[in-house]
Design a protein around this ligand. Structure first.
Ligand SMILES: [Zn+2]
Length: 113
């Protein structure tokens, strides 16, 4: 795995980042992650390699949004599951059918994205 493989895309523009290194006067090597997009200034602070990679990949807002998305996906799946029970028990009402179609469409969109 190269350095780039372990890095998430830039959180600002979605471009690929690179790890850059620079040797200091004392021979110590310092690292920085920079976005490859010349119009973007996404970067980390300069530091130890493991720390800059960890810093670049730290995405608390994305992680929270993914958790919320997963909850929404699970709620939609419950709607579909309940509809299928209604369907087995008899003909669902018009509104129930529409609700299930909306949930199924949303779940299908999620799988594509
Ligand atoms: Zn960027």
């Amino acid at each position: 795995m190269s350095d780039t493989d372990s890095l998430l895309p830039c959180p600002f523009c979605g471009s690929n980042p690179q790890v850059y290194s620079e040797e200091k006067h004392d021979g110590c090597k310092m690292f920085e992650v920079l976005c490859d997009n010349p119009d973007c200034y996404g970067s980390t602070a300069i530091g130890e390699k493991d720390n800059v990679v960890k810093s670049w990949n730290n995405r608390p807002i994305e992680d929270a949004l993914r958790a919320e998305l997963q909850q929404a996906r699970e709620a939609l799946q419950k709607v579909v599951d309940i509809f299928e029970i209604w369907e087995m028990e008899g003909t669902p009402a018009e509104g129930q059918y529409e609700l299930c179609q909306i949930a199924r469409a949303a779940l299908a969109t999620e799988k594509q994205g």
